[in-house]
Design a protein around this ligand. Structure first.
Ligand code: CP
Length: 330
């Protein structure tokens, strides 16, 4: 007998965000609702149920001005599974390379009928800029941040939280107040870390940063985050250990520590995972640099690694985000 899967109820006060430019766009009840909706789409997918075509007649445009595999493809799949028309703008062959201003590109795409625009860029604040540019000309197209700058990747944080909740057999309302998570490696240049720290702390989790001083985050958002330069101490008692690659493309100068030295000091392996709590799981948002921040044998070992669960949850979490933003506003 197939399991009955009940769609979570929209919060009594509704779902108000028009865009998702960052985790702070969501109230606590909207955050819980989105995580519940993501788990709902995860269950529908895992149990082979029909997916409601809630985005039939809607048009989604993926505007990726910076490279991506997981986010771009998972947003495309998410929209398709919900019945949307999808356009992935071929940026290299577009007028972006004729000097067209971003506001003109976005207004042009929205004027053609885009209902949702999924935006990735190297600069922080791009999705908010695009949302303002569309508001200025009264084009009703929602904007979703698909990763920008060194601070913000909200849908990655949502899918990571879903992966942790699934792994613990929990729902978002249960929270993570008894859970400690170590984010290891180049936290300073990581947009994934920025959004994860914000979201996980809202679920009550204890979050730590682990890595060499040159990769420790700076600024007021991080002042209450524990920092460890010693891997063994940093992983102690953690239930989740998230590896991050060294983001060379976001550094003015290269790192002081060589890749082999980094692996020897901070590499996540079957051996170093033993520093963490018994049964701890390893995560990585990808792309991974095997043999630098993580041993490929650990990443591939699904007894300990949630890397492919994160990828799968990327599709279903983005289904939830698209559904909530495009249909709960009606
Ligand atoms: N995690 C992540 O954002 O991966 P991509 O750069 O491949 O989208």
């Amino acid at each position: 007998m197939s399991e009955t899967i009940i769609r979570p109820e929209i919060p009594s006060e509704g779902f108000s965000p028009k865009n998702l430019t960052g985790i702070s766009d969501l109230s606590d009840t909207e955050l819980i609702y989105l995580l519940d909706l993501a788990q709902y789409y995860g269950h529908l997918t895992r149990y082979g149920h029909d997916i409601p075509q809630r985005l039939a007649t809607r048009t989604q445009v993926n505007l990726f001005l910076e490279n991506s595999t997981r986010t771009n493809v998972s947003f495309e799949l998410a929209g398709k599974k919900l019945g949307a028309n999808i356009l992935v703008l071929p940026v290299a062959a577009s007028s972006v390379h004729k000097g067209e201003a971003l506001r003109d590109t976005c207004q042009t795409l929205a004027a053609m009928g885009a209902d949702a625009m999924i935006v990735r860029n190297v600069e922080h604040g791009t999705s908010a800029f695009v949302a303002d540019a569309l508001d200025e000309v009264s084009l009703p197209c929602c904007v979703i941040n698909a990763g920008e700058g060194t601070q913000s990747h909200p849908t990655q944080a949502l899918l990571d939280a879903v992966t942790m909740l699934d792994s613990l057999g929990r729902q978002a309302k249960d929270g993570l107040s008894d859970i400690t998570i170590a984010i290891c490696g180049d936290v300073r240049h990581s947009r994934v870390a920025g959004s994860n720290i914000e979201l996980l702390r809202r679920l009550g989790a204890h979050v730590r940063c682990v890595g060499p001083q040159e990769f420790m985050p700076e600024g007021s958002n991080y002042q209450h985050i524990e920092q460890f330069t010693d891997l063994r101490q940093g992983l102690a008692d953690c239930q989740f250990v998230m590896g991050l690659r060294i983001q060379l493309e976001r550094m003015d100068d290269g790192p002081a520590m060589s890749a082999p030295d980094f692996y020897n000091t901070y590499g996540l392996t079957h051996e170093t995972l033993k520093y963490a709590a018994s049964g701890a799981k390893v995560m990585h948002p990808g792309p991974m640099n095997r043999g630098v921040e993580i041993d490929g044998r650990l990443a591939d070992d699904r007894r300990h690694s949630l890397v492919l669960d994160q990828v799968a949850n990327g599709v279903t979490t983005r289904m939830a985000v698209l559904d909530a933003l495009l249909t709960e506003q009606d």
